[in-house]
Design a protein around this ligand. Sequence first.
Ligand code: 3PG
Ligand code: CO
Length: 555
Amino acid sequence: GFSWKLNDHPKLPKGKIISVVVLDGWGEANPDEYNCIHVAQTPTMDSLKNGAPEKWRLVKAHGTAVGLPTEDDMGNSEVGHNALGAGRIYAQGAKLVDLALASGKIYEGEGFTYIKDSFATGTLHLIGLLSDGGVHSRLDQLQLLLRGASERGAKRIRVHVLTDGRDVLDGSSVGFVESLENDLAKLREKGIDAQIASGGGRMHVTMDRYENDWGVVKRGWDAQVLGEAPHKFKSAVDAVKKLREDPKANDQYLPAFVIIDDSGKAVGPIVDGDAVVTFNFRADRMTMLAKALEYEDFDIFDRVRFPKIRYAGMLQYDGELKLPSHYLVSPPEIERTSGEYLVHNGVRTFACSETVKFGHVTFFWNGNRSGYFNQEMEEYVEIPSDSGITFNVQPKMKALEIAEKARDAILSRKFHQVRVNLPNGDMVGHTGDIGATIVACKAADEAVKMILDAIEQVGGIYVVTADHGNAEDMVKRNKKGEPLLDKSGKIQILTSHTLQPVPIAIGGPGLAPGVRFRKDVPGGGLANVAATVMNLHGFEAPSDYETTLIEVVDN
Ligand code: 3PG
Ligand code: CO
């Protein structure tokens, strides 16, 4: 029968204090002026890289190595932390939705059957991120869903778009809205009343995460549900073009707008009897809206109206909360994660980050599951992020505070695993501000130093890695790798993640002599890290985990 008990590692001892440090958005790329990690002063990470060659290597963090559909899919924090924590590669949301759409199974499932009951008399609303970034959603999936729903009885459709500019180039929102408008025009030719109803930039409207700023969700609610927003337009293409004319405007932060008809009335508020689908497959930035749409009892902001709707998520976003209760595609069944095994085997765990990445080292790490496995064995600490700013203004973010918490947890000797996420490279990289990203990388490096110093003091072990690339390449490139210029001759800033591999380094006074990276897992990826960490805690990994990256040789 199944047992949580892990076998002892034949050579490695138990009881070591291990710090697992995840540098968010920290990939390895050619050293040039657009590689902020290279440009920044990062003596600690440099010393790991230039130290013993058998204790530093690169691992894959994108594409099929983390369960994404293709090798052209850049890595992201959800799939990266899932792989790090679960030790296996799961077909992820992007892929599962592709499969369900291709086979048509999406239309046979419980979720679609549930919302379909509203099609005869109500409107179908689709809310989500409009781009082909493939991190939270994809335009082609929305297009297939629009077609599939209209062929199955949806007669009135309203799309509530969130512009991207974070997983794709800034400015690309106009093109995405134009393509969607084309699709909707074709549906109208077929007699379906289909229109864009509202919009706004993803970081300003709806897509907050980990309850950093409910105001973001409220702005979305007002536009999507109530049909109220500071800006009103007759066409969504005009809306995006006009709002972008402000020199400070960008896709990520466009203000909320609603589309109005000739009489000035919003064309698509959500009302009793309607169906709603949030078409993002990724959880973190949809969970808050899902709560507002689903929970009868909700007092975080005044919803003014709480329409009686049939609501389904593209996926179920939270397996523990069962949120939302209806969904079109079943999420990956990520179970028996390393965190759960370790608490069953006596490993006391501390996890910490600041709000914007807190769920990455807890929720994502634990397989999209909120809460503790065993509160007596675990402590999760969230440091409040600055809210209402873009992080290029505060590129150091809370790196120092996170490192101090980790240091204190290490020095307390109360925990065997002290796990943190340092957000700087990623969150500042997403702003596209190269100068600020250089400051960010330095701050993350200083935080690593503080943690490694604490590990040194307690005779512990460190594992320093990253979840995907971002700060190491800030420019869009052609196939030859040369920077691309826009019409005015300026470089095109890359705000998104990358396809680059990430480093992993092991060391510390507690690392048994003879431990080194194996040479026979050259294609190793993030999913190999869980078994590696389990070994360092003194255990063999379960047999279905991706293989460990380390071996112990006799000296
Ligand atoms: C975001 O949600 O901020 C980006 O789309 C992806 O960033 P993350 O995967 O690093 O969180
Ligand atoms: Co990111």
